[in-house]
Design a protein around this ligand. Structure first.
Ligand code: AHG
Ligand code: MN
Ligand code: MN
Length: 337
């Protein structure tokens, strides 16, 4: 049977299910090509001079790596000319990037974490790109980047598509247009993504958890209790032994959960009351939550479903607990009872 490339998958979804307007299809193809280009740059490593620090900080005060900046530029350059977008917002930019006047404007907004897992770049561990697509509200004020911020502030339920690329031993693109989750593998010789898995389902039960244990003393009581129960194993209240994995690239940890189940947690940290979690709602938590829910999993921020959070700031952070439905339910029960 002929290979189903990303282009073919999107065209079939457009024709058969009517779930992808032509401009959204084009947008996803453009993002996928940018991810291919990022994958090539990453693959060159030290030979391409892409490793190391950029010498600048982002809006969150985090030191940027060369690849953070490069990936951000590649996504912007690929997406600004095609007429499918009204604007883009990124973890690496203080304010949205509006489509320059010389290009046509479109109906979508794109948000992204151009390079996820920055601490793993220089040690050759899997990293990725995370993206989310929203519809730009009619009549939105796009006169300045400052004014345009409001156009992006929609809950995750409003996303029309989300995905991530993981640059690992193979480069994968994992995508949802609101009709399940599909995985595409980059065929490096052909230079295109080919469908390798459809209808991804995260097992409801798991014996694997992912959390940065070095922060344990700062967690809130419900997370402390839940992790204690898992660590207690067979003789504890959960009656089973758990294993732990922490890649420290959300894309890689989430992809493991997509593949064989598990629960990923980056809970709120009591160190800084102004910092409710580390991960960013618009660039990380929302797209990953859409994908996880589309694959039958759950996603929770310690008070509510992440996709229901009404954002008030483009760069806001939230606690993230997502993955296998029954484990996320368990940790949510510890919070809500
Ligand atoms: P980014 O590289 O985009 O800043 O994101 C890093 C995130 C996420 O990928 C990962 O799960 C987490 O930070 C790791 O945090 P720790 O280094 O605190 O474990
Ligand atoms: Mn990230
Ligand atoms: Mn990043």
């Amino acid at each position: 049977m002929a290979q189903r490339t990303l282009a073919r998958y999107l065209t079939e979804a457009q024709h058969d299910k009517g779930c992808i307007p032509a401009n959204l299809k084009f947008l996803i193809e453009v993002v996928s090509r940018a991810c291919q280009a990022i994958s090539i740059a990453i693959g060159k490593g030290g030979l391409g001079g892409v490793l190391g620090e950029a010498g600048s900080d982002n809006v969150q005060g985090e030191a940027q790596k060369k690849l953070d900046v490069l990936s951000n530029e590649m996504l912007i350059e690929a997406n600004e000319w095609g007429g499918h977008l009204a604007g883009m917002a990124s973890e690496e930019m203080d304010l949205p990037h509006l489509v320059p006047h010389r290009f046509p404007k479109g109906e979508y907004l794109l948000t992204f974490d151009p390079l996820d897992g920055s601490s793993n770049i220089d040690v050759n561990v899997s990293i990725g790109t995370i993206f989310s697509v929203l519809k730009c509200p009619e009549g939105a004020d796009l006169s300045t980047p400052e004014a345009a911020q409001a156009a992006f502030l929609h809950p995750g339920t409003a996303q029309v598509a989300a995905g991530y690329a993981v640059y690992g031993p193979t480069t994968l693109l994992v995508l949802s247009v609101g009709d399940g989750v599909a995985v595409f593998t980059l065929d490096r010789e052909q230079g295109q993504f080919v469908l390798t898995q459809e209808d991804v389902q995260i097992p409801a039960d798991t014996k694997e958890f992912a959390i940065n244990m070095s922060n344990q003393r700062f967690w809130e009581a419900p997370v402390q209790r839940y992790v204690d129960e898992m660590v207690a194993g067979k003789t504890g209240p959960l009656g089973k032994d758990y294993n732990m994995r922490w890649v420290a690239s959300m894309v890689a940890d989430v992809h493991r959960i997509m593949t064989r189940g598990g629960i990923f947690m980056y809970p709120k940290d009591l160190r800084d009351p102004n910092k409710p979690g580390k991960l960013r709602l618009m660039y990380e938590a929302n797209p990953m939550s859409l994908l996880v829910e589309q694959a039958g999993g759950k996603s929770f921020d310690a008070t509510q479903r992440i996709l229901d959070i009404q954002p008030t700031d483009l760069h806001q952070r939230c606690a993230v607990m997502l993955g296998s439905a029954n484990e996320v339910q368990r940790v949510s029960d510890r919070h809500l009872t």
